[in-house]
Design a protein around this ligand. Structure first.
Ligand SMILES: [Cu+2]
Length: 398
């Protein structure tokens, strides 16, 4: 008997199993950080041990029978068919177990679907390969959102508040999942699916798209950022500001001019004016399959970009935010991306050649069946001096 091989196999599979139990795994369903995720966790603590005991018992029994009745050249035993007592027992036991699990599961499903006590609404739209969030005008915990807010990548919510996400998609089916806050819900074109989340304490919670959605599916991530009431009010106030033009005769001002030339045809910056003083309005639908690209008005208030895939912060600064205690988290996050914290490598790399950092169908001529539209950000062939100017300009978008 290849006992050694079996031992090795067991060791390898338990190593993989235990790796799944690592503490501080950012997408761990066993570490809920909000009410709905806690409900799911309570349920899995019931189902997992039950299923575990049944699983171990069944496999142990099979192993015993395989060993006990293995072929030793003995005569074929007496053949029989049917045993009502065994059959009835083996039907009743699983039926009982399943109905107990079923009662709690149904209760959980109804509780998770509850939306009538919602305190805030955010529209969440998936597209290849990032998430857009828009906050309709509403009053949240006494703070008024007067102008709709549009942002991307990081979903900012107030703590202790029941937030209703209204999910949809502008291209294919995606799925929104922040394991610390709730289960997953598909974002389907032409439909609005509801998902309720709530975070107990300030912090940042990672997630990723969980419905295969094409080339960069693996690079479609998202983060939920929970802020205490005062910090959330400060965030709202900042998001409602228009961007201001950079000071005269600065590199940033030259960057604004480049932006008006190269970027405004896709990206909106609220408050940006053309050279003739009229409002610059982005109209990405002509080029971009999903008809929308990230709004950059407050780019430096979020600290990741392009589907929360790349850091806008350097590694040290990122650590300060991600490992801040709940008390300090809000002020660490609201600092945004300061000039000493800007991850130049990532941002410059993106402007130099976005599809090289994140695979995208950004060149319609490379599509097998071309509809002449982009999925993702194209390589614009910018010069290094234009990139310098753009980085200076983008840094003013706080
Ligand atoms: Cu997706």
């Amino acid at each position: 008997m290849p006992l050694r091989r079996i031992g090795l196999g067991l060791a390898a599979s338990s190593a993989i199993f235990l790796a799944g139990c690592a503490r501080n795994a950012p997408q761990d369903t066993w570490q809920p950080k909000g009410e709905n995720a806690e409900k799911i966790n309570t349920l899995q603590w019931m189902v997992f041990p039950l299923a575990g005991i049944v699983g171990v018992a069944v496999f142990a029994l099979i192993a015993y029978i395989l060993w006990r009745f293995r072929d030793r050249g003995q005569a074929i035993p007496h053949q029989s068919h049917g045993n009502p007592a065994v059959e009835i027992t083996l039907t009743i036991i699983p039926a009982l177990i399943l109905s107990v699990v079923g009662v709690f599961t149904f209760k959980g499903i109804f509780e998770l679907a509850q939306t009538n006590d919602t305190q805030m609404v955010i529209n969440v739209t998936g597209q290849q390969w990032w998430w857009e969030y828009d906050y309709p005008a509403q009053v949240v915990n006494g703070v008024e959102i007067t102008q709709p807010i549009i942002t991307s990548g990081q979903l900012v919510i107030p703590t202790g508040t029941k937030v209703l996400l209204r999910e949809t998609s502008r291209d294919v089916i995606h799925s929104y999942w922040i394991p610390a806050l709730n289960g997953k819900k598909d974002a389907v074109p032409g439909r609005i699916n509801l998902l309720r989340i709530q975070a107990n304490k300030p912090g940042i919670f990672a997630g990723q798209c969980t419905e295969f959605c094409g080339l960069s599916h693996a690079n479609m991530r998202m983060e939920a950022v929970a802020l205490g009431p005062e910090d959330f009010a400060a965030w709202i106030a900042n998001q409602q500001r228009n961007a201001e033009s950079p000071a005269q005769a600065t590199l940033a001002q030259e960057g604004e001019a480049v932006f008006l030339n190269q970027c405004i045809r896709c990206h909106q910056v609220n408050g940006l004016k053309k050279a003739d003083g009229t409002a610059a309005i982005a109209a990405p639908d002509e080029n971009v399959y999903s008809g929308a690209v990230p709004n950059l008005t407050h780019l430096m208030s979020r600290n990741t970009f392009a589907g929360a895939k790349f850091d806008l912060l350097t590694a040290d600064c990122r650590k300060n935010v991600w490992s801040a205690s709940p008390d300090e988290f809000g002020s660490a996050y609201l600092k945004g991306v300061t000039s000493d914290c800007l991850n130049q490598t990532n941002l410059r790399g993106w402007l130099r050649n976005a599809p090289a950092m994140k695979p995208m169908y950004a060149d319609p001529t490379k599509l097998a069946v071309s509809d002449g539209k982009y999925r993702g950000m194209p390589n614009l062939g910018l010069s290094e001096s234009d990139i310098d100017k753009l980085v200076a300009y983008l840094s003013t978008l706080k």
